[in-house]
Design a protein around this ligand. Structure first.
Ligand SMILES: [Zn+2]
Length: 93
C-alpha cells in the first residue's frame, strides 16, 4: 500500500484520494498527479519504494488535469531520479 503525501504544499489542506491520478507506475516507482480541491494547485508526486522505505518527492506544477497526457509523455522518471532528487533535497536542509 502506497501512502501518498497527504497535505497540499500550498495551503496545507489534506488531499483526498480522488485528487490523485496515477501517471505512471513502475516496478518500484509511482508517479501521481494531484490537484488540491481547495486551492487548485497541482503537484507531481514521485514515490520510490526501496529497501529503506518509501521516498517521496513532491514538485508543484502548472500542469492541470488536462495536461496529464503531456506529463505522461514528458516525464519519464526512473527510481534513480527520485532518489537523486530526494538526496539533493536532504542535503539542502
Ligand atoms: Zn491546496
Amino acid at each position: 500500500m502506497i501512502k501518498i503525501p497527504d497535505k497540499c504544499l500550498q495551503c496545507g489542506r489534506a488531499y483526498r484520494k480522488k485528487d490523485a491520478d496515477l501517471l505512471s507506475e513502475g516496478e518500484n516507482i509511482f508517479v501521481f498527479h494531484v490537484t488540491c480541491s481547495y486551492c487548485k494547485s497541482s503537484a507531481v508526486l514521485n514515490i520510490a519504494v526501496g529497501k529503506e522505505g518509501v521516498l517521496s518527492v513532491v514538485n508543484l506544477t502548472d500542469a492541470g488535469k488536462g495536461d496529464l497526457d503531456k506529463l505522461r509523455n514528458d516525464n519519464v522518471i526512473s527510481a534513480d531520479d527520485v532518489i537523486e532528487a530526494y538526496m539533493s533535497l536532504k542535503s539542502i536542509k
